[in-house]
Design a protein around this ligand. Structure first.
Ligand code: TRP
Length: 340
């Protein structure tokens, strides 16, 4: 049976964090054998808000690939490649630009939020505003069926679906309408209690952070803002408890189920200090992250591994891109003269 396809990816602007794991990486690891899986390092997309310092991207590509390998993405089954090595994506983007209006892009809620956050005002670069179109090209050059992403990316997949429908209606059924797949826990809050863990907000715990850094971050974590003393009743929907519940089972920490129940009860009754619960979280995160760190170390020492993975990945992805582009051009009747 032909497997369905996954395409997803990340911008190489820094190391990946716990929020990435929960939102998307866990799903990729789980599904990598059931689907033909492609994972793209979105360097061209990262340029849309980093064009002033492109040097940042090259450095981080390696880190992101090591993050993938360390959480269990298996390069024998998943194809990992760099976006800029597939020029057909840029070509498709140009064709799709005709199928999207400016007003529609400006209504995209993720684009809207990011524009506000970056303070572009009226001076938004065209490349930034148009990145959902380029993302549609990322997804469709592979005819991906499923896109495991964080919840913020759902509007991008919706935009892709609209482009696919429009293309197929106009030119004939060539492209595949993808679906988004969001992690079971849709959004991991930041260590500062903000709704979202995000590199640009600086409220993250990275998958590759050392024991010391994790401890420092956990100890600085936001808990229940209405509880001043350990003897006051507290709300267990605060980030420390949320992280405990998300990572507890996978951490392998002994008696996790019993201990979390006990801490929840005590916290609600005002019988435990924040610091004691935080110590438990340090233990849980250590249990979760230690094997990831160990794997990362091993892969990091493997000279040439990342380069080899990316090279083979680009070759495989590019062959698919060329096939799709041929079909697209034929459908658009752009296949006149066959001299390349
Ligand atoms: N926009 C995604 C992010 O910021 C990265 C990305 C680029 C992507 N192209 C993609 C994700 C295609 C899924 C599919 O995280």
């Amino acid at each position: 049976m032909v497997k369905k396809r996954i395409l997803t990816g990340d911008r190489p602007t820094g190391r990946l964090h716990l929020g990435h794991y929960v939102g998307s990486l866990a799903n990729r690891v789980k599904l990598q054998r059931d689907y033909e899986t492609y994972i793209m390092i979105a360097d061209v997309q990262a340029l849309t808000d980093n064009y002033q310092h492109p040097d940042k991207l090259g450095k981080n590509i390696r880190e992101v690939v090591l993050d993938y390998l360390s959480v269990g993405i298996d390069p024998k089954v998943a194809t990992i490649f760099i976006q800029s090595k597939i020029p057909e994506i840029a070509e498709l983007t140009v064709f799709y630009m005709n199928l999207v209006t400016l007003a529609r892009l400006e209504r995209n809620p993720t684009v809207k939020d990011e524009m506000k956050q970056k303070g572009f005002g009226a001076n938004v670069p065209l490349g930034f505003l148009a990145y959902p179109v380029s993302q549609a090209a990322d997804i469709t050059f592979l005819k991906a069926d499923l896109v495991p992403v964080g919840i913020d990316q759902v509007p991008m997949i919706e935009q892709t679906r609209e482009i696919v429908r429009k293309f197929n209606d106009l030119y004939g059924k060539v492209l595949v309408e993808p679906e988004a797949l969001v992690g079971e826990i849709e959004r991991l809050p930041g260590i500062d209690g903000k709704a979202k863990m995000s590199k640009s907000l600086g409220n993250v715990i990275n998958l590759s952070d050392s024991t010391e850094v994790v401890r420092k971050q956990v100890m600085s974590m936001y808990t229940d803002p209405n509880r001043v003393h350990g003897n006051e009743a507290g709300n267990i929907n605060n980030p420390v408890f949320i992280y405990l519940r998300v990572f507890g089972k996978e951490s392998g920490v002994k008696n996790y189920d019993l201990r979390i129940k006990n801490y929840e009860k005590k916290y609600k009754e005002g019988q435990v200090q924040d610091v004691e619960v935080k110590e438990f979280l340090v233990e849980v995160l250590e249990g979760f992250l230690a094997p990831i760190r160990k794997k990362r170390d091993k892969f990091e020492k493997d000279q040439g591994l990342v380069e080899q993975i990316l090279k083979e990945g680009a070759q495989k992805a590019r062959a698919e891109a060329q096939k799709t582009l041929d079909e697209v051009k034929r459908a658009m009747k752009l296949d006149y003269f066959n001299y390349g």
